[in-house]
Ligand binder design. Structure first.
Ligand code: PHE
Length: 495
């Protein structure tokens, strides 16, 4: 127990409580926080109860403190005037008294102490009167206030006093009051049990008002937060999520089904990661589909003349880390062909590309992809739908530019105006899937499918103000950054 706590207990004991610590000089001079923490610890032991008291108190400004030393401005001016027998020349006031002379005049006139005679100030009193300002200030210094409220306002106007709040406490005895403090146990230990000490021990009561320790918990990575926001947009537009947990695909699903010819540069080692072990997969079960794919590439079919090159099985069966989520879309559309109906599907997951790594590119990233199958849907539907989809993220006024994908015709790159950068930036890629992709699956001719894709990283970097991808993905990511960022809301600052 600290000395202060003992002092408090004594004082409470002697006077049967403390009405206000402000009235007890030894407590009044203490910092209220010190007093509060000591009172709290006595209260926790149920020895006392206390209440906070807040009072207004006037305190003297620096100028007022000077008054106490040297007298008020007005009295100093009067003294100077009284010294010169036939009055003080107004032009001499400044030289003799400086600022004091100037500041004291108003009050000295008002008090009727001096008057003006031509170019001189003359005294109207024979002996020095009481320095009222000083005596008032003394009272305020002692009591914190003044009975005469008019004078109080006057002193405040003269900037001699200011109001502050002071904190004190009233203290009363509580159930376990005493002059000695028993140390309260916080835990029951095995020693206490074996020795029987627990029987006499006094335990500290639980403090149900304490704030508790903030629990350590996991946090969603910013990419996952933005992913979640995209998912909600897709769900709100009637989309279902495709299973995207299979990172390894065959060349067949990643490329051939998408009418990507086997010589296409995207299939080069420089662009695609191939597996060493196993190198090859078995053939897909749907033999007819497999044969259709071969034919549409090699000979042409379904009204297409094809690419006319010798299509190789081995190339198609090579295992790859999927380079886009469109591989999943192909597999899902192939399933849809068994029971065709208008369908909306999306996926948001990782893809891998054997690319040069820089501030904005890694060898892996996440793709946000949507596909929409419907009877007789057109390019107009694609454009309209894209406008709808991006407007849900606060991105309006899109522009489209003709592009090329082996699996879509027409293909459109999507642009939005980036206010921060002051230019148009590409925000996605889209197109109408080709008949060479859809018809080998057995989808009806008039069932058209549109699709689009964008990266998850770009909107996340913009949203969370990250300029280097390594701050978002990989071992350099600060955990603090992950833990403290708020949930994502996709709105107007996305591009
Ligand atoms: N797969 C394309 C890409 O990687 C995105 C896309 C999906 C384009 C579907 C058109 C249709 O950029």
């Amino acid at each position: 127990m600290s000395d202060l706590q003992l002092q408090i207990l004594k004082s409470v004991n002697d006077h049967d409580g403390i009405e206000s610590t402000l009235a007890v000089p030894e407590f009044a001079k203490l910092d209220p926080n010190t007093l509060h923490s000591n009172l709290t610890s006595l209260w926790a032991k149920e020895m006392i109860n206390f209440k906070k008291l807040e009072t207004d108190k006037w305190i003297l400004t620096k100028e007022a403190e000077e008054f106490l030393e040297a007298g008020s401005h007005e009295i100093r001016l009067l003294e100077e005037v009284m010294k010169s027998l036939d009055g003080l020349k107004i032009s001499d006031v400044n030289a003799k008294l400086g600022q004091v002379g100037k500041l004291g005049q108003g009050k000295a006139f008002k008090n009727g102490w001096i008057s003006k005679n031509d170019d001189k100030l003359v005294s109207k009193v024979d002996k020095l009167p009481e320095d009222t300002a000083v005596s008032q200030l003394k009272t305020i210094k002692e009591t914190g206030t003044l009975d005469d409220k008019k004078e109080l306002t006057e002193l405040k106007k003269r900037k001699l006093i200011t109001l502050t709040k002071i904190v004190g406490f009233s203290v009363t005895k509580a159930a376990k009051f005493g002059l000695e403090i028993v140390t309260l146990e916080t835990d029951i230990t095995s020693d206490m049990i074996t020795s029987g000490k627990w029987k006499e021990a006094q335990f500290k009561p639980y403090n149900f008002n304490s704030e508790g320790v903030y629990p350590n918990s996991g946090a969603l990575h910013p990419l996952n937060k933005v992913k979640e926001e995209f998912r909600q947009i897709f769900f709100s537009m009637g989309f279902s999520e495709m299973p995207s947990n299979q990172y390894v695909e065959t060349g067949f699903w990643n490329f051939d089904t998408l009418f990507v010819p086997q010589q296409h540069p995207a299939r080069d080692l420089q662009d695609t990661f191939y597996l060493k072990d196993p190198v090859k997969a078995g053939k897909p079960e749907d033999k007819e589909y497999w044969e259709n794919i071969r034919q549409v590439h090699e000979e042409g079919k379904f009204g297409s003349i094809g690419y006319r090159y010798p299509w190789k099985e081995e190339e198609s069966l090579r295992m790859v880390l999927r380079t886009h989520t469109t591989a999943i879309s192909a597999a899902m559309l192939h399933k849809l062909a068994k029971d065709p109906k208008p369908t909306r599907l999306f996926s948001i997951d990782k893809v891998f590309r054997n690319e040069a790594v820089d501030a904005t590119h890694l060898a892996e990233f996440c793709q946000v992809e949507g596909v929409m199958a419907g009877y007789d849907i057109t390019l107009g539907d694609l454009i309209g739908f894209m406008e709808d989809f991006f407007s849900k993220m606060g991105v309006n006024g899109l522009r489209f530019k003709a592009a090329y994908n082996p699996y879509t015709e027409p293909s459109l790159e999507i642009f939005a105006y980036h206010k921060g950068l002051g230019k148009w930036v590409e925000i996605g890629n889209s197109g109408m899937f080709r008949p060479e992709m859809l018809e080998p699956m057995g989808l009806p001719k008039n069932m058209r499918v549109l699709g689009w894709g964008l990266s998850l990283e770009r909107p996340t970097m913009i949203k969370y103000g990250v300029s280097n991808i390594r701050e978002l993905v990989g071992h350099k990511v600060s955990l603090d950054f992950v833990e403290t960022n708020p949930a994502a809301r996709l709105d107007e600052d996305l591009v």
